[in-house]
Design a binder for this molecule. Structure first.
Ligand code: NAI
Ligand code: MG
Length: 493
């Protein structure tokens, strides 16, 4: 099968790499397998890509190890920074193409995809800025010795990413790993392999030495599992579901105790108190749950509203949700496109049916949107109780529940009544309330009077079962360096 193919999207026509990206070349998999990626707008295959399995992971790890010990070691920190900056520039040069790939392969609105491209380029450039600012400490313990620390790369990093933000998750993962001098074996999600392969071509064009970044299209149970249990991978970073996160931690424990960071699921609360600016709060609540069709780990899916404003909130939120433009990702006005796959569509519709069966009231939505593609109406449930599946489990679709609370204390208690702890928000105009509630909520990010405003300078990650470690900001650098202490005994004069 071919290693490149010209693809026409409604926005651009471009050359799509199809091979595995190993040692700066696009190659077929050892087993000669391929698999199709689907356009969720029309449920038809876009193209087949080469599939990597355990054997290809081995080859990619060897390439990454050779680069780590060879050419990449010779590249100065400033030059690493320049390479990352150049990659960010190339991504911006090709922004329209990459946004079109994301819209085609994932189904997100092309306008949102452009936002992902900008955020990804920003992230890569930000970590380029860190590359020559990674250093340790000198520690003065006594006059007879000198002690210092070095922040050395961890080594070969396995990175496993999901399909909800294919490009952005790629950027979040490679940025801190490359800034600190590591090499990478990346496995993309089987639903959305295309944008990362395009990035492979840009990585080569930017001038990264061969083997520094290797990109494998493939499935979780084969290629993904091979990364998690590999004896020559020093660290694994994963974003995806909590059950798979547990498996990766176990595989790391059973193999070589590779370092693990996990960014997992959520069931994030969004609290609206009586003194909130209701118009603004409703805008943020709408964005909080319906952005990216609810396929966000930090989606504000549990909306907790004070009883004093509950009726008005619900009526106005319903009106707002019904104004969201659902449809073809290539329409620049589209806010909500299709869900990524048939599997995800079925899973979400299953939750909607479970909610109805349990007696929850559908305020709006609750059904399929249109006749073709994996489209689901923006759906709001009310009249729920805390034990319902739709209140407890991550749905990962355009579905939320609205619950009534009688006080700030009750809101906090309900907000924390979950095994997850990724994100939360509180809407209030009282600074004291805002800080009190933010401090009381167990979550990795708390937004006050906004939602989903991630930024590459801000650390992101989960309390409780939402994960291990932090991505982004300076915090992510810690995941990718080993601290070495060097103690020098001085000879007496
Ligand atoms: P998943 O966790 O199975 O997939 C995420 C990534 O992990 C993909 O690259 C997949 O190939 C890989 N993977 C799967 N099994 C693996 C294994 N045994 N070893 C190593 N890698 C493996 O998630 P899936 O099935 O796509 O979605 C299921 C649910 O997971 C969603 O409904 C949502 O609740 C959650 N999810 C959360 C995400 C987040 O951003 N935190 C992203 C995607 C899904
Ligand atoms: Mg696809």
């Amino acid at each position: 099968m071919a290693l490149f193919q010209t693809i026409q999207t409604p926005a651009v026509t471009y050359e799509q790499p199809l091979g595995l990206f190993i040692n700066n070349e696009f190659v077929p998999g050892v087993d000669g397998k391929t698999f199709e990626t689907i356009n969720p707008h029309n449920e038809k295959p876009i193209v087949a890509v080469h599939e990597g399995t355990e054997k290809d992971i081995d080859i990619a790890v060897q390439a990454a190890r050779a680069a780590l010990n060879g050419p990449w070691k010779q590249v100065t920190p400033s030059e690493r920074g320049r390479l990352l900056t150049r990659l960010a520039d190339l991504l911006e040069r090709d922004a329209e193409t990459v946004a079109a790939i994301e819209a085609l392969d994932n189904g997100k609105g092309v306008s949102m995809a452009k936002g992902d491209v900008a955020a990804s380029a920003g992230c890569i450039r930000y970590y380029g800025g860190w590359a020559d600012k990674i250093y340790g400490q000198t520690i003065d313990t006594d006059a007879g010795s000198l002690t210092y620390t070095r922040h050395e790369p961890v080594g070969v990093c396995g990175q496993i990413i999901p399909w909800n933000f294919p490009l952005l998750m790629f950027a979040w993962k490679i940025g801190p790993a490359l800034a600190t001098g590591n090499t990478i074996v990346m496995k993309t999600a089987e639903q959305t392999p295309l944008s990362a392969l395009y990035m492979g071509a840009l990585i080569k064009e930017a001038g990264f030495p061969a083997g520094v970044v290797n990109i494998i299209s493939g499935f979780g149970r084969t290629a993904g599992a091979a990364i998690a249990s590999h004896m020559d991978i020093d660290k694994v970073a994963f974003t995806g579901s909590t059950p798979v996160g547990r498996q990766i931690l176990q595989a790391a424990a059973k193999s070589n105790l590779k370092k693990v960071t996990l960014e997992l699921g959520g069931k994030s609360p969004n609290i609206i108190l009586p003194d909130a600016n209701l118009e603004e709060a409703i805008g943020w609540v709408n964005l909080g749950i319906f952005f990216n069709h609810g396929q966000c780990c930090c989606a504000g899916s549990r909306i907790l509203v004070h009883e004093a404003i509950y009726d008005e909130f619900l009526a106005r939120f319903k009106t707002r949700a019904e104004q969201n433009k659902v449809g073809n990702p290539f329409n620049p006005e589209t806010f909500q496109g299709p869900q990524v796959s048939q599997v995800q569509y079925d899973r979400i519709m299953g939750y909607i049916e479970a909610g109805k069966r349990a007696g929850a009231k559908v305020i709006t939505g609750g059904s399929r949107h249109g006749g073709e593609g994996y489209y689901i109406q923006p759906t709001i449930f009310a009249g729920v109780d805390e034990n319902m599946t739709i209140v407890k489990e991550e749905i990962f679709g355009p579905v939320c529940t609205v619950q009534k609370v009688r006080s700030e204390e009750e809101a906090i208690e309900m907000a924390n009544n979950t095994n997850y702890g990724l994100a939360a928000a509180v809407h209030t105009t009282n600074i004291n309330t805002a800080i009190r509630v933010s401090n009381a909520i167990k979550a990795g990010t708390v937004w006050v009077n906004n939602y989903n405003t991630l930024h590459y300078q801000m650390p992101f990650g989960g309390f409780k079962e939402s994960g291990l470690g932090r991505e982004l900001g300076s915090y992510a650098l810690e995941n990718y360096t080993e601290v070495k202490t060097v103690r020098v005994q001085l000879s007496k004069a």
